[in-house]
Write a protein that binds this ligand. Structure first.
Ligand SMILES: C[C@H](O)[C@H](O)[C@H]1CNC2=NC(N)=NC(=O)C2=N1
Length: 181
């Protein structure tokens, strides 16, 4: 788990440089899950168990440090190791995004995959770009539009997409047949 982005790190960083911590309620002291008496800390949660944070309100970007800060390539690479099948790409304006490709069994199953992803996106308030081409080539791209790049929200969504049940929709991976040489 990259410690660089735990709320404790952000809280100590922000106090060190004199900035208000992004989520004061999440400082180490208050990050205590009183119902179960154990520290329930965001940084200890798998990406798929975290919740996307709204990065803007009424069209205004929220000045948070932390979860909404646009990530550089190195920090994005640290998060990438926690999701599966995704790659970091640059768009025509050099903005980072992550992309995962799927092959659906048919066109309608490709649309059903998007529907299942859409349900998670609506629940999280963070939405992917979805492309379905050549009837069964489904591409999912994630980036944080309000930040013009990648934030933790994109990797939370990627992890949640990884967890979506989808084997019934996708072509099985062709067994690699080794040709005898
Ligand atoms: C107000 C609301 O949080 C924003 O419009 C959300 C909606 N979904 C979003 N999805 C993505 N990928 N990026 C955003 O900046 C974004 N903003």
């Amino acid at each position: 788990m990259p410690s660089a982005f735990s709320p404790h790190r952000w809280a100590s960083e922000s106090s060190r440089i004199g900035m208000r911590p992004a989520f004061p309620s999440r400082s180490a002291a208050s990050c205590q899950d009183r119902t179960r008496g154990r520290t329930c800390c965001r940084a200890a949660l798998r990406l798929a168990e975290r919740k996307c944070e709204a990065c803007e309100q009424d069209g205004e970007a929220l000045q948070y440090m932390g979860f909404c800060a646009a990530l550089g390539r190195e920090a994005a690479g640290e998060y990438l190791s926690q999701v599966s099948g995704w790659q970091i790409v640059e768009d025509e304006e050099k903005r980072l995004r992550i992309r995962r490709n799927f092959r659906s069994r048919n066109f309608l199953k490709g649309l059903e995959l998007f529907r299942r992803i859409g349900e998670v996106a609506e629940a999280e308030g963070h939405h992917p770009d979805l492309h379905l081409e050549g009837w069964n080539r489904a591409t999912v791209e994630l980036w944080t539009h309000s930040r013009g790049g990648l934030t933790e929200n994109d990797f939370i969504m990627a992890a949640k997409i990884d967890d979506i049940k989808k084997d019934d929709l996708l072509r099985s991976k062709r067994k690699a047949t080794k040709t005898q040489t």
